[in-house]
Design a protein around this ligand. Structure first.
Ligand SMILES: C[S@@+](CC[C@H](N)C(=O)[O-])C[C@H]1O[C@@H](n2cnc3c(N)ncnc32)[C@H](O)[C@@H]1O
Length: 278
């Protein structure tokens, strides 16, 4: 991630709310777990919540960002049962570290908040999660979908910005892809509920976030020219403000002007995914 752990914790009030929602559902199940993995745990906010709210023997927060994990070790390790592990989860099972591989077939629950969208190769990720889980173990995740931006700008705008071949698959297609990845790796999908999460905050804070484009997926590559990057940021901003608008405004940010604050609601399409390892 291109933000420090401290910045991330300050800016991620939306992810924290989703984490609390996810953990309250687990609390309502009132089950006891042996090993829980918090997949892509970030700075450890949800890992700590889980540790304090769900009965367990061990909780392992896994993430690729070393700075986030040191923050988690210092700020979100409420008890000895909590551990953090540095691991790139985009690798194949064979490439995983011995510490992760030692968990094979032992994990009772994998939880993941706002992270599955980072993985291009979903079948590979699901294969790794399936290897980690014991039979009947669960995967419970909340992750964002990319709004279909390209169907909401004109052909002329696409041509002007060189975006003719740029695709944003529909939310339904994105869920279908995920379901295929799960079913192809030994999971049964029990829930794939899609909803619009309403994030109440000051738009200035939203715009100041360095990882702003990644709220949905890393649609913008640093190699893209600045005009294209700016256009996509504008479209994302507009669709977050006006999720049902038919034509997106390529100048949404500029037209906002500079109000000192701008309390608003951002709409983020999320999926609640629940799978069981057969
Ligand atoms: C948006 S943050 C969510 C963090 C945390 N789950 C939360 O709810 O705040 C996404 C996290 O995924 C992690 N991540 C991205 N790609 C990863 C990978 N290949 N392997 C492990 N972690 C990854 C990032 O480092 C980051 O901490």
């Amino acid at each position: 991630m291109n933000v420090t752990a401290i910045e991330y914790e300050k800016q991620s009030t939306g992810a924290q709310e989703n984490a609390r929602q996810l953990v309250s559902k687990l609390m309502a199940d009132n089950r006891e777990y042996d090993i829980i993995v918090d997949m892509c745990c970030g700075t450890g906010y949800m890992t700590e919540l889980l540790a304090k709210s769900v009965k367990h023997n061990r909780i392992i927060g896994v993430d690729i960002t070393a700075d986030f994990l040191s923050f988690a070790e210092q700020n979100h390790k409420p008890m000895d049962s909590v551990e953090y592990l540095l691991q790139d989860m985009s690798k194949t099972w064979d490439e995983m570290s011995p510490v992760l591989k030692a968990l094979e077939s032992k994990v009772s629950l994998i939880v993941s908040n706002r992270a599955l969208h980072f993985f291009e190769d979903k079948p590979r990720l699901m294969h790794v999660m399936s290897r980690l889980l014991a039979k009947n173990g669960s995967l419970v995740a909340t992750y964002p979908l990319t709004p279909d931006l390209m169907s909401r700008i004109t052909d002329e705008e696409k041509r002007a910005f060189g975006l003719q071949s740029f695709r944003t698959p529909s939310p339904d297609l994105q869920i279908d892809d995920m379901v295929r990845a799960c079913e192809g790796t030994g999971f049964q999908v029990l829930n794939k509920q899609q909803y619009l999460y309403e994030w109440h905050l000051d738009a200035k804070i939203f715009l100041a976030r360095k990882q702003f484009p990644q709220i949905f997926v890393p649609l913008i590559s640093s190699e893209d020219n600045p005009e294209k990057q700016a256009l996509i940021q504008n479209l994302m901003f507009d669709v977050a403000l006006n999720p049902n608008v038919r034509r997106l405004n390529p100048d949404a940010i500029a037209e906002l002007g500079s109000p000192p604050t701008f309390q608003t609601v951002f709409h983020i399409p999320l999926v609640n995914l629940k799978c069981i390892k057969l």
